[in-house]
Every structure is written in structure tokens, then in C-alpha cells.
Design a protein around this ligand. Structure first.
Ligand code: NDP
Ligand code: 8X3
Length: 248
């Protein structure tokens, strides 16, 4: 058995696909998410798995869960900060402040809680690999991307700065910034509106969750002296729309 990989947001999408691929590759798993039924089902299927049914926004719950890990799961070698969401696509004027706060609390603060809780284990072991899930929205603006994109810009810059702070600790850090991928992401963004969510993916190609999981495994399997700082990935059919000019 390999050491432990800790995946946040493992109940669907990228996180679930990463859990499957890393389990197949021999890693023990810690899986975090709010939907306990899904975590339990995945743990039953994959074995050698410890589940953390908690909200990543709950600082105390995250730290307590890491502090009370069973000894066989304390050898965390890989942390994948993946839990995250977008809510809405309205312009700032019309968008909900509550939604903004939920995105900031999850995508930024939750990522910091998991990182701070796990880092002492990695620095003590002088070994580790942290993946942070950013987005193309963190680099490229689009109408309605406002706070979601800004949280993902945080993820990119924090990942670079984290690398700097970990000099000498033998810990790799990679920001992965995917483009359009078919997961539950749009269903969450459109608050359960299946028609609107399906319309995002209709008639185009998109990344599959497993594409991102394979990229994570490829990064892990690079020689340990190789660190990919940031990796932006889109489906071949996605590109940029160009600048917009207001005309009279
Ligand atoms: P999904 O909605 O399929 O998965 C999101 C995961 O995050 C779920 O497991 C969910 O678990 C978890 N999560 C959300 N909020 C919380 C919370 N408060 N506490 C704990 N877990 C939480 O979407 P994706 O797999 O697509 O998203 C994964 C990451 O990838 C996100 O950070 C997203 O921003 C990013 N991303 C997605 C892209 C896409 O097009 N799909 C493209 C670029 C980046 P639960 O609800 O059970 O708590
Ligand atoms: C998800 C990709 O383009 O919907 O982060 O923001 S996008």
C-alpha cells in the first residue's frame, strides 16, 4: 500500500474520479465532503479509505478531523484541495452577496483550513504534494464570473506563494486550472436547474472528470525533482472569445 492521499470534495466530479484513480494506483485515501452517504458508498467500494463527512467551511471541524486521524492515515503524502463551487452567473449588481460569501468561504477559506491542518504532517515528514484546483476563470474574465473567478485567482497566486514558503521542505505544489468539464459543477452553479445545467454541455465537447484525475496522477508520477507550478487545461473545442468593444 502507498501512503495516504487526502481529497477534499470527493463526493462527485473531479474529486470522486481522483479517489478512484489514486485508489487503483495503491494509495490509501482520506475523502472529505458533506454528503456522507456518497462518502460511505465510495469507501465501501474502494477500501483503505477514511471518510470525513464535514463542511470545509467549518474551521474547527476540519482541524479536529485531521487531528483525530487514525494512525494508519496520518502519513498524508498528497493533499488535493478540490472542494469548491460557483454560485450564479449574474452581474455583480444583481448577484447575491450570500452567494459571494459562500464561494469565498469554500474556495478560499476552506482551502486554507485544509492546507494549514495538513501541512505540519508534510513538513515533519519532509515530503508531500499539494494540488490546488483553480480554474480558467482565475486567469480569464467572463461576464458573471466575478467573485468565482476572483476566488480562483486567489488559488493560483496562493499556490505560487505557498511554493515559496515551502522552500527546503521537499513539498511539490501544483495549481490545476481546468476549463469546461462535465461534473455537478453547473447543476450547483444553477442551483439545481437541470435544464440550464445540461444546456452548458449540449452540443460541445468538454473535459471529463477522469481527464483531470489522470493529469493529477501523471503529475504525481513525474520524477520528484520536477514541479509543475500551474497547469491550465481546456477541451480542444474551447478557446477565447476575444475582447468586447462597446459601439454607439
Ligand atoms: P462538483 O460539484 O461535481 O464537485 C464539487 C465537490 O466539492 C463535491 O464533492 C462537493 O461535496 C464539494 N464541496 C462543495 N462545497 C463543499 C463544502 N462546503 N464542504 C465540503 N465539500 C464541499 O464539481 P467539480 O468536480 O467540477 O469541482 C471540483 C473543483 O474543480 C471545484 O473547486 C471547482 O471550482 C473546480 N473546477 C471545476 C470546473 C468544471 O467545469 N467542472 C472547471 C474548473 C475548476 P459535497 O456537496 O458533498 O459537500
Ligand atoms: C469552471 C470553469 O469557465 O465555468 O471553473 O468558470 S468556468
Amino acid at each position: 500500500m502507498k501512503n495516504t492521499a487526502f481529497i477534499t470534495g470527493a463526493t462527485s466530479g473531479f474529486g470522486e474520479a481522483m479517489a478512484r484513480i489514486l485508489s487503483k494506483d495503491g494509495y490509501k485515501l482520506i475523502l472529505l465532503g458533506r454528503r456522507q452517504d456518497r462518502l460511505k458508498a465510495l469507501a465501501n467500494e474502494l477500501k483503505n479509505t477514511h471518510i470525513m463527512a464535514c463542511d470545509i467551511r467549518d474551521k474547527k471541524a476540519v482541524f479536529d478531523a485531521v487531528d483525530s486521524l487514525p494512525s494508519e492515515f496520518r502519513d498524508i503524502e498528497i493533499l488535493i484541495n478540490n472542494a469548491g463551487l460557483a454560485l450564479g452567473l449574474e452581474r455583480v449588481n444583481e448577484a447575491s452577496l450570500d452567494d459571494f460569501e459562500t464561494m469565498i468561504d469554500t474556495n478560499i477559506k476552506g482551502l486554507l483550513y485544509a492546507t494549514k491542518a495538513v501541512l505540519p504532517i508534510m513538513t515533519k515528514r519532509k515530503s508531500g504534494y499539494i494540488f490546488n484546483l483553480g480554474s480558467v476563470a482565475g486567469q480569464w474574465p467572463y461576464p458573471g464570473g466575478n467573485v468565482y473567478g476572483a476566488t480562483k485567482a486567489f488559488v493560483k497566486q496562493f499556490s505560487f506563494n505557498l511554493r515559496n514558503d515551502l522552500k527546503g521542505d521537499n513539498i511539490r505544489v501544483t495549481e490545476i486550472a481546468p476549463g469546461i468539464a462535465k461534473t455537478e459543477f453547473s447543476l450547483v452553479r444553477y442551483k439545481g436547474d437541470e435544464q440550464r445545467s445540461n444546456a452548458v454541455y449540449d452540443g460541445t465537447n468538454y473535459l471529463e472528470a477522469n481527464d483531470i484525475a489522470k493529469i493529477v496522477l501523471d503529475c504525481i508520477n513525474l520524477p520528484k525533482h520536477v514541479n509543475i507550478n500551474s497547469l491550465e487545461v481546456m477541451p480542444t473545442t474551447q478557446s477565447w472569445a476575444g475582447f468586447f468593444f462597446e459601439k454607439e
